[in-house]
Design a binder for this molecule. Structure first.
Ligand code: NAD
Length: 471
């Protein structure tokens, strides 16, 4: 049993004043594995005050100093990669197929930001003006449970690069992962108050960060519903807000696609992070004349996917994070059938042989149209929909007919046609033929997938305000 009873404020691990506690579970076994003592509003205010005290000196540090800090943070986190991986497997059920990408992605975010910072000019001239990019002020970072370590490190790296101090509120369901990460970050020896990390409930600590007048900038990753609430309360004091929200990504197979290449790529991105990913390509768009062939290949391939606990390296799909998330995914599987879609594979209940743990069968619906709720709403589990299209224009219009616009996928063999199609999609990112993640490129969404961009120069500038000095 883990007892997480500390938060990190002003360079120290301290006991929260908040009295509420939350239980922590192993989603692979449903066993309670720990308790976290949650921060309250008073703790949030103390963390904000610490970040505010640290801001004047930190915002004036030289670029080279901050590059040094980012390198130290990278070294400190890299030193405990195996503890971080273990925590992610225990508390979140992340399969090794995911942690093999997620942990290096998290540790490298400091070095990526260091390289962005190296090449970034904080001053430029425009006409008669000297334009200075100045840190906006104390930042708040609020993150979800589905890739806790990576979201915390990338937001922290960007804040440090910008010269912003920050209060981080990770998901209360990720307290063990947060504890290991906070211990690593502490080892980097940054000035006290530069970053503060507090576990707490969204409507308590998250809400305080979104409304407190001393917070100038909120960087939020999470659901569209909570993003809307944060935007509303941030409006009172005109905070700068970056919102990374939900998605319902189109995964488009073109008529010239080589299915030997496309089918594994489609499923990899459909079921990424056990389906608990905003970037999942959950709507598989298939040309009508190749539908039977594609359905056959999808079914064949999915039925080889191993579902189970992360200890087994062959597992591709781990458990849902909680009973609530398991129930939500089950309710969407039920809904799909009620809406008139048919199951190609998967369905209700746990996979055979997995009686304990919040495991869901990887499920694919066919006979889906884009107006069904299973095609419009984010399910956040391993449930995909196949939608047939007759020509390229219809594929584009189905792809864009969604409230979201985070990440789209194209699969085909004609490079110039793929580039031209990418230009027609309303999506923050378009990934061609399963290309790997690019950490220097902007990440974020059109429409209800969010506001603003993270990563690279775009991410850095979201923490800065331009100031024109005219002489
Ligand atoms: P969530 O929105 O419920 O919670 C996210 C964070 O916000 C948590 O730390 C939570 O405590 C906090 N929060 C909750 N209510 C709040 C409030 N009123 N004020 C301030 N903070 C509050 O999301 P979740 O269930 O943790 O994560 C799943 C969601 O995150 C999915 O919708 C998914 O699409 C989204 N997500 C988006 C991205 C992206 O980059 N676009 C990445 C991962 C996850």
């Amino acid at each position: 049993m883990r007892d997480i009873d500390k938060i990190y404020i002003d360079g120290q691990f301290v006991t929260p004043r908040g009295k509420e506690k939350a239980d922590l579970y192993n989603p692979s076994t449903e066993e309670k594995i720990g308790v976290v003592q949650l921060a309250g509003v008073e703790d949030a205010r103390e963390a904000i005050a610490a970040a505010k005290r640290a801001f004047p000196a930190f915002s004036r540090t030289a670029k080279a100093e901050r590059i040094g800090m980012l390198k130290r943070l990278n070294a400190a986190v890299t030193a405990r990669v195996s503890d971080l991986t273990e925590a992610m497997a225990l508390e979140y059920g992340a399969p090794q197929t995911f942690t093999r990408f997620a942990i290096p992605h998290a540790t490298s975010s400091f070095l990526t930001m260091a390289s962005v910072l190296e090449g970034y000019e904080f001053e430029r001239h425009m006409g008669r003006a000297r334009v200075v990019m100045q840190p906006a002020g104390v930042a708040a970072a609020i993150t979800p449970w589905n890739s806790n370590i990576g979201f915390v490190t990338s937001k922290l790296a960007t804040a440090i690069a910008a010269g912003s101090t920050v209060v981080i509120k990770p998901s209360e369901m990720s307290a063990i992962q947060t504890q290991v990460l906070a211990e690593c970050l502490h080892e980097a020896g940054l000035p006290k108050g530069v970053f503060n990390i507090i576990n707490g409930l969204g409507h308590v600590v998250g809400a305080e960060l979104s409304r407190h007048p001393d917070i100038a900038k909120v960087s939020f990753t999470g659901s569209t519903a909570v993003g809307r609430e944060i935007l509303r309360s941030a409006a009172e004091t005109f905070k700068r807000v970056t919102l990374e929200l939900g998605g319902k990504g189109p995964n488009i197979i073109l008529d010239d696609a080589d299915l030997n290449v496309a089918i594994p790529a489609v499923l990899r991105m459909g079921f990424i992070n056990s389906g608990q990913a905003c970037i999942a390509g959950t709507r598989i768009l298939v040309p009508k004349h190749r539908l039977d062939e594609v359905l056959g290949r999808l079914k064949q391939e999915v039925e080889t996917f191993k579902v189970g606990a992360p200890a087994n390296p062959d597992v591709v799909i781990g458990p849902m994070v909680s009973q609530k998330q398991y129930d939500r995914v089950q309710s969407y599987i039920e809904l799909g059938t009620r809406e008139g879609a048919s199951l190609l594979t998967g369905g209700l209940g746990r996979p055979i042989g997995l009686e304990r743990g919040w495991f869901t069968k990887p499920t694919i619906f066919m006979d889906v149209n884009n107006q069904m709720r299973i095609a419009r709403e984010e399910i956040f589990g391993p449930v995909l929909s196949v939608i047939a299209y007759s020509d390229e224009s219809e594929a584009v219009s189905i792809a864009n007919d969604t409230p979201y616009g985070l990440q789209a996928y194209l699969h085909g063999t004609d490079a110039s046609r793929l580039q031209a199609l990418a230009d027609r999609l309303d999506s923050g990112r378009v990934v061609i033929n399963g290309a790997p993640h690019e950490p220097l490129a902007p990440f974020g969404g059109f429409k209800q997938s969010g506001i603003g961009r993270e990563y690279g120069v775009f991410g850095l500038e979201a923490f800065l305000e331009p100031k024109a000095v005219i002489a």
